[in-house]
Ligand binder design. Sequence first.
Ligand SMILES: [Fe+2]
Ligand SMILES: [Fe+2]
Length: 193
Amino acid sequence: MSDTNFNRETAFSLLSEYVKSESLIRHALTVEAVMQHFAEKFNEDEEKWGIVGLLHDIDFEMYPDEHCFKTRTILEPRNLPEEYIRAIESHGYKLVNEVEPITNMEKVLYTIDELTGLISATALMRPSKSVLDLTVKSVKKKWKQSSFAAGVNRAVIEEGANMLGMSLEEVMEETILAMRKVADEIDLHGSVA
Ligand SMILES: [Fe+2]
Ligand SMILES: [Fe+2]
């Protein structure tokens, strides 16, 4: 159990109040799944990490110009613990704020947020349109093409992997494995049987 009254269900309904875009909901579900996967790997609280992943972009749709700054305004009155709020804010490190990722939970969020975008885009380029048969090698190939999914900030992903003391390949591998678990929910099952 997490150290809060918040659970997955209440977190999702809160997210639904602020996010209507289907693609942003899909992104939230993706990041949730990857956070849970890494929590399991690091023997940490899966529900807590999942909630942080689910809520990390809660202010983006309504306040795109104040992304990561409205997080606290929205979540503090809902009594989301400080640890969660800080973790969410830290995914804006060096991009919009100076909240440095310190804990493993923060470092993973920082690393995988943009990476999930690259992996999704790579999967959708494939004939199968699936994450189920996607390899690290394919993602690495697209990683090197800076014009592909140009909005994906490779430097952030690289810095995040360094913070975690993991290789880029290892982070990619784990993120793909996590995304496979929710392939249906995030529309990346594709045509793989
Ligand atoms: Fe974000
Ligand atoms: Fe995000």
